[in-house]
Write a protein that binds this ligand. Sequence first.
Ligand code: TYD
Length: 412
Amino acid sequence: MSTTAFPESKCMISGQSVTPFLYFGMMPIANGFLTPDQFANEPRFELEVGLCETSGMVQLTKFVPPEAMFHGDYAFFSSTSAHMAEHFRGFAAMVRERYVPGENPFVVEMGSNDGIMLRHFAAQGIPHLGIEPSANVAQKAVEHGVRTISEFFCKELGERIADEYGRADAFLGANVMCHIPTLHSVAAGIKKLLKPKGVLIFEDPYLGDIVEKTSYDQIYDEHSSYFSALSVDFWFNQHEMELIDLQPQTTHGGSMRYVIANKGARNKSPIVETIKAKERRLGLNRLETMADFARRVAASRESLRSVLSELNAQGKRVAGYGATSKSTTVLNYCGLGPTEVAFISDTTPTKIGKYSPGVHIPIRTPEEFHSANPDVALLFAWNHANEILAKEARLGKFGGKWLLYVPEVHFR
Ligand code: TYD
């Protein structure tokens, strides 16, 4: 597969140069779970991240074409975790109460997946529209009564929706903005679509958490950006919009919810300047911070490899838990395959029976995980640790242990 560098690895929001600081090598498609007949032609691409010191933006230096990742056979469904379902119920309730309390607001969501958030608006009869490019996932949302179109959002689509459906009171996004390389087109489309006092509210894995926890597994093909308050503010200032609130979240191992409005249209919370000042103090916009992060990532890899090779030497049976996109980065970067991790347990029907991208570890059902009683379960879905450790307490009863690699390699 060919990868397209954004013109000479330029920053997507400032147009200035991006300095690479962490190279992972040739990687497969993170969500590209596959069958043995596809092994020989499995696509690979270079994975590398860099920083633009002008905007504070951390981003991939090369992008995989979106069609290779989000298509009619996309493997990721949001509604696989009870905790996430509850999170999106709370997100929807917060938006309704705080930002669109009036009668019949129009709420649009980009990357609405299987309708996990919009179904709460649909249930109240609130006018809404989901935009979800993966047709199979969009179909699930429609089945849940969520009005959904299957397209990629851009400036032109923002204009078209405004013409056909009217302008929106709120534009929402969860774990989607970080997937989009054409950030200015998206911001321009949102600006066109929103009413003058409308709000954009989106959340994504937060650069501050990734750096603090050495959670390098957030870095994969689908995540073109790793946002901070500094970079998001820089981006929207160019569209005469501004950050008016920031709400840290625990999801995806540490996320940030960004609230943005037209300049001067709404009150700005003091937390915006507080968090931006903290980011400057931590050096989230400086190369030396990222170079230090890259050193910790390499050390984490050595540590995980040595623990697994020790377990292997002792004849322990290791199984993975959660065939996450994140696991594709860890397994391929650390060079771990079926010798080290016999299989990965996952609840997603479209992943079960297939093999993990790149290293081809079989994906099995949770029932098989239970009957295998592994000595060690390597938790790839560590962001759901509380939910999973509670429901899998039987692992410990059978003498098994959990192995985690965030914030450092440790057993639980
Ligand atoms: P998530 O962290 O959302 O994935 P990603 O890194 O791809 O963003 O993890 C969801 C994956 O973990 C999904 O494949 C389902 C699986 N999973 C289980 O198998 N069991 C569970 O109890 C939970 C919560 C997730």
